[in-house]
Design a binder for this molecule. Sequence first.
Ligand code: SF4
Length: 399
Amino acid sequence: MSKNSFININPKTRDKSIKDENFSNTKKETLLLPSKNINESIYNSIKSSFKNSNNLSLTDKKLILIVLKSYEKTINNLNLEKSDFVLTKHEINEFLNLEKKNILRYVVYRYKYNIYPKLKIIDEYPPNIQIEPTSQCNLRCIMCYQSDKSFSSKSAGFMGYMKLDLLKKIVDEIEGKIEAVTFASRGEPTLHGELDEFLKYCDGKFLGLKLNTNATLLDEKKINSLLSSDLQSLVLSIDEKNKENYEKIRVNAKFEKIMKNLELLKNIREKNYKNSKLMIRISGVKINTEQNVEEMNQFYKEFADEIVLVDYDPWESAYENKINNIEDECSELYRRMFVWQDGKVNPCDYDYKSTLSQWNANKDDIKSIWNSKYYNEIRDLHRSKERSKIEPCRRCIST
Ligand code: SF4
């Protein structure tokens, strides 16, 4: 059990998917349709884009055909197999927001993101890459590694800011190879003085450009920079609708300030960015049984397009958690890769002190890291049910 009594959830395993029951769309119309109608409409859109496509790779064609088959099975109430794939609720929300020309790209990307980890397929590049503009954060949330002073204190040596040149090097390599880039990880991206340049450099290069922020530092300038960028998704980390609970979780944050910032974001968005395709998500970590996604929706619906609660992993005590006997492979090893502010590359952010890392993006390229011997050795140990030999995998509940 966590040392903090507000955390009363004690998960045994964690998979990273957003569960339908923890997702709520604030603009209910589309998801109120019977699911059969939604599935048919998605099926028809994919099919028609597929018919009109002429430059798909063989792999992409194969994956789209699997997805179309999966939809046929779903529409006819047949069981899906491990390699089948249909979109979940939050993906449907993204799908409905896509420009037509990006439909097949999105389907292929989501297939790789969701199904490659299940089938243990290693693509040339990870389906998603997390880039951390800074490891520094202004908050000390109770479920976060920032509450570990041996990580977040200045003298520990983990704090810093990414150089624009490093960001450019990474983007130059992955453009056209990786569809989804998330600016996030161990710190608060909006603390970076050059975030606007980071965003500008990514303009038009990715299908799923996302940024996570605790929203405490938003002001007019930052909001305009975010809303005028090519971000497809802006995630605001807020877990509670109640002031007392919010401040218990997000230590150093003030509820009134968050509400003020949400109001400002809403006003600027409505006034100047009415036609923007950007989706705003309010996303919290479910650390207490009382947190409820529908109640959050009622409270925050005017400020966001979707509300999500993600499953908790005891990140705050990653290196002290009890050694467990989980033998399942970790999906992160096939899905995402993390580049930190100093260029260090790590397979996950549970291991926030990068004990697993042997690479640096300043000198190594992303493709060779993802396919390196050492990365594959970690995967092999997971595959042969020996993750207990790896620190901190043996304490981690991620599957
Ligand atoms: S510590 Fe190991 S098991 Fe946990 S998320 Fe990282 S790679 Fe996966």
